[in-house]
Design a protein around this ligand. Structure first.
Ligand SMILES: *Cc1c(COP(=O)(O)O)cnc(C)c1O
Length: 232
């Protein structure tokens, strides 16, 4: 999928050797487990409530799952994460904006995890297009242990197409490309994705519309007398 990878490279401003394409980002998650964890030996940390696939994929690959639940304000519990992480811990999963709570994790907290943990820190940005914060992609040159996941399934509205992206240092991407099935992104998907990526202005208009509707919805909910607080 050279042409598609080059097109994504141009849009994101990241060299192709830093980009992995998966059959949806769900496949990126699975390939990360299979590339960097030892079944029956390694463990991984998630911060629930969060996206369910990290757990499903960990269990299928026989990787122990450790949980550092989010704080009451849905932010990362850094002391708990630190307490759980050992030399058997290979991946820490951070979903930002988080599914299902919708909030962004504090940028400094993600950097703290990246600075103190020597394994992989995967930041799942499936919903980044709707966020008022830039992507962690800009931090890739600073952190060789950072993996950023994005997808065409949400803002792009192409969940049925199955295109997920992982952005990381070249060494990580090289290993993931060796582990993935050789033809994981089929020709028809590549062609439709290339055509869709030409319509980036249309998608940006849709994103602005959705974000404006979110603001409008907040204004309406605010007027309901029984509502005490609206979390972001
Ligand atoms: C939807 C979603 C995914 C998976 O997306 P696909 O690319 O369709 O596999 C991954 N992470 C989060 C947080 C999601 O909400």
């Amino acid at each position: 999928h050279v042409a598609l990878r080059n097109k994504i490279s141009a849009i994101k401003g990241i060299a192709p050797e830093h980009i992995f394409l998966g059959n949806g980002s769900d496949e990126c998650i699975d390939v990360l487990f299979r590339s960097f964890c030892e079944p029956g030996q390694s463990n991984t940390i998630i911060c629930p409530p969060t996206y369910g696939m990290y757990q499903v994929s960990a269990q299928i690959n026989d990787i122990a799952l450790l949980e550092a639940p989010l704080l009451p304000d849905f932010q990362l519990n850094l002391p708990h994460i630190e307490q759980l992480a050992t030399d058997k811990t290979r991946i820490i999963w951070i979903c930002s904006p988080n599914n299902p709570t919708g909030n962004l994790m504090h940028w400094e907290d993600i950097e703290t995890v990246l600075n103190h943990f020597s394994g992989l820190v995967v930041v799942d940005e499936a919903y980044i297009n709707f966020a008022r914060q830039r992507s962690l992609i800009t931090m890739l040159p600073d952190y060789p242990n950072l993996v950023v996941l994005q997808t065409l399934s949400k803002a792009w509205g192409l969940a049925g197409l199955r295109i997920g992206m992982a952005f990381a240092s070249a060494g990580i991407i090289e290993i993931m490309n060796k582990v993935k099935p050789p033809y994981n992104v089929n020709q028809a998907t590549q062609e439709i994705a290339l055509a869709a990526l030409k319509g980036i202005e249309k998608v940006n208009t849709m994103i602005i519309e959705i974000v404006n509707m979110r603001d409008a919805l907040i204004d309406i909910i605010k007027k309901i007398p029984t509502v005490e607080k609206i979390t972001p």
